[in-house]
Design a binder for this molecule. Structure first.
Ligand code: TZP
Ligand code: MG
Length: 218
């Protein structure tokens, strides 16, 4: 299978979580439940005042990386190119305020995937020109999981990107629940990226199931 087809498949149910996104279980337990239940991709995103630091941070990343390898699920690192390279991550994800996508692409080469967060058409075009493999578009709806989130973009930007034949796969992020999946996919997205609807669910496996049944209708 081509690298592009692999990526599109991986982006369908993209689970994002750091140790700070705590629900009922400890985060590595939640990650394993989510992997077992069938998330197609994972991004380790250690952010904010409650995030782990130094040795604990590295240990968490290594454990998460190992779990993903065990379940053959692509492992992405948010905003830490050096650690992504050290862990042989499958990809790196950067936001608009992080290291520039063009620089990151140079550092990681072409064997690793690069995702970029965007919330406008202009940023989407820049991300493509800078060598991104996919874009995360959001926030889709209001979110509690990102302190500096921009205003919600809804599905309008997806429809605009589809109309313009935007060449990269897109995922919606921010406040996404299973009920949003059909609107998001109809607007042209390849998948949905989720923090709290899985990590803070009282039953993360059931939550993954609900996402997968919605996704499987497409
Ligand atoms: N980028 C845009 S919104 C967001 C990120 C990382 C947070 C998404 O978290 P949730 O809990 O799925 O709304
Ligand atoms: Mg960032």
């Amino acid at each position: 299978m081509s690298k592009e087809l692999d990526l599109k498949k991986a982006l369908r149910l993209y689970f994002v979580m750091g140790s700070q996104d705590i629900g009922l279980y400890d985060p590595l337990t939640t990650l394993e439940i989510a992997l077992k239940a069938g998330v197609s991709c994972y991004q380790w995103r250690e952010k904010g005042p409650l995030s782990l630091k130094e040795a604990e941070r590295i240990a968490f990343a290594q454990a998460a990386r190992r779990l993903c390898a065990n379940y053959h699920v692509p492992f992405f690192v948010d905003d830490d190119v050096e650690l992504a390279l050290k862990l042989s991550a499958d990809g790196v994800h950067v936001g608009q305020k992080d290291e520039g996508a063009q620089t990151v692409r140079r550092r990681i080469g072409t064997d690793m995937w690069l995702g970029v967060s965007v919330h406008s058409l202009e940023e989407a075009e820049h991300a493509h020109a800078d060598g991104a493999d996919y874009i995360g578009v959001g926030p889709y709806k209001p979110t509690q999981s990102k302190a500096d989130a921009e205003s919600p973009v809804g599905d309008k930007l997806f429809r605009e990107l589809t109309k313009r034949d935007y060449p990269l796969p897109t995922v919606a992020i921010g406040g996404v629940t299973p009920n949003d999946v059909s609107t998001i996919l109809s607007a042209g997205a390849a998948g949905v990226a989720v923090i709290s609807a899985i990590s803070k669910s009282p039953d993360p496996a059931k939550s993954v199931d609900r996402f997968l049944s919605e996704l499987n209708m497409y």
